[in-house]
Design a protein around this ligand. Structure first.
Ligand code: ACM
Length: 274
């Protein structure tokens, strides 16, 4: 469905979750979002638990099934506000843990995604995601989910865009400085909207010491930075026209996706001219 001219109100919540204080973090989110007027808001990775788990026992005490306390809370907030939410959470599935993200609307959960590319010591806590990248539709707009370090693999966003994603919702806990600028390139190379919800603040626990860079942002398919914030607690909402992401023509002679050369990308050098 093309829906030209349809404006979707999308945005993000950036804040500093307090490690292990799930109820406090959920209360903070409710206080910041209970009057939100938007179609879709993205929250950070692992927003209800915090990030710096010391070990799997600690993770086990805070992780939840997909339809757990955090999802129930976000669904309640979606029903109260009419807004849909994309958010990161620590998932427990049997004896495994995933760094996951879900999308809930007032009608309920649409999908959950497990982080494919684990960063740093996450590898000692979480299993690598096995859901793959799945595009879904909400209000006539095709949407894809990514979690933090997924950004550094261009294939991840490209896969979603090849499925038709027009808007990428990216839940993050950024500690390296590269992502915000790199996402401008990702948006241009895919001609897609990219909304990154990062966290801010610090977590110093045992030998772990993380400073999260903030800089949540939204980028348009032409690379325009629609909004970027500093290291602050804030909510931002912007209006986008998702149909702009359906136009993959960069010049009248260059269609971004149609001119890909997958026949060449996975080959070692075989043919030499001359
Ligand atoms: C990250 O993936 N949280 C950097």
């Amino acid at each position: 469905m093309r829906n030209w001219g349809f404006e979707m109100k999308v945005g993000f919540l950036q804040f500093a979750p307090v490690f292990g204080k799930k109820e406090d973090n959920l209360r903070t989110v409710r206080d910041l979002l209970e009057h939100i007027q938007a179609d879709v808001i993205v929250l950070p990775e692992l927003f209800s638990t915090g990030y710096a788990f010391l070990d799997k026992d600690e993770l086990a005490g805070l992780a939840e099934p997909v339809q757990g306390e955090t999802a129930e809370f976000m669904h309640g907030l979606a029903q109260a506000t009419g807004c849909a939410f994309a958010f990161g959470f620590a998932e427990r599935a049997g004896d495994r843990f995933y760094n996951s993200m879900a999308f809930v609307t007032p009608e309920g959960m649409v999908t959950a995604y497990r982080k494919s590319h684990l960063f740093f010591e996450e590898k000692f806590l979480f299993a690598p995601g096995d859901t793959g990248f799945n595009t879904f539709e909400y209000k006539g707009v095709k949407i894809g989910l990514l979690i933090c370090w997924d950004w550094i693999y261009p294939e991840a966003m490209r896969t979603l865009v090849l499925q038709g994603s027009q808007v990428i919702l990216h839940a993050a806990n950024l500690v390296t400085p590269y992502c915000p600028d790199a996402m401008v390139t990702r948006a241009i190379e895919n001609r897609v909207f990219v909304i990154t919800a990062d966290r801010c603040g610090d977590e110093i626990r045992g030998s772990k010491n993380f400073h999260f860079i903030g800089k949540s942002q939204a980028v348009a398919p032409n690379g325009d930075l629609l909004v970027r914030v500093a290291e602050e607690t804030c909510v931002r909402v912007i209006e986008i026209d998702p149909a702009l992401a359906l136009d993959k023509k960069i010049t009248e002679h260059n269609d971004l996706l149609a001119e890909r050369r997958p026949d060449l990308y996975f080959k070692t050098q075989q043919n030499q001219p001359g």
